[in-house]
Write a new protein. Structure first.
Length: 84
């Protein structure tokens, strides 16, 4: 399942490519139905602004809607974002 908020792909990167301190807007989730549901339940819906708190080796810590969540790198590779 592909969930999109925009048809544009220019300038997009996957969440795992952002450095600590970077802010971005979620644009698209390229994953299966279960993974999309799980990602959206964590608050990562298209249009949401996120900030990478930590990204050194293991899971990526991301600030979403005032909460910090850990996202595995495999899932982060399925989340396309537009750096701000």
């Amino acid at each position: 399942m592909v969930l999109q908020s925009s048809g544009k792909t220019r300038g997009l990167v996957t969440l795992d490519m952002l450095p600590p301190g970077a802010r971005a807007r979620v644009v698209r989730i390229d994953a299966g139905v279960r993974a999309v549901r799980r990602i959206m339940e964590m608050g990562l819906t298209p249009g949401t602004v996120i900030e990478v708190v930590m990204s050194y080796g293991g899971p990526i810590l991301v600030r979403v809607r005032g909460s910090v969540i850990a996202i595995g790198r495999g899932i982060a590779r399925k989340i396309l974002v537009e750096p701000l």
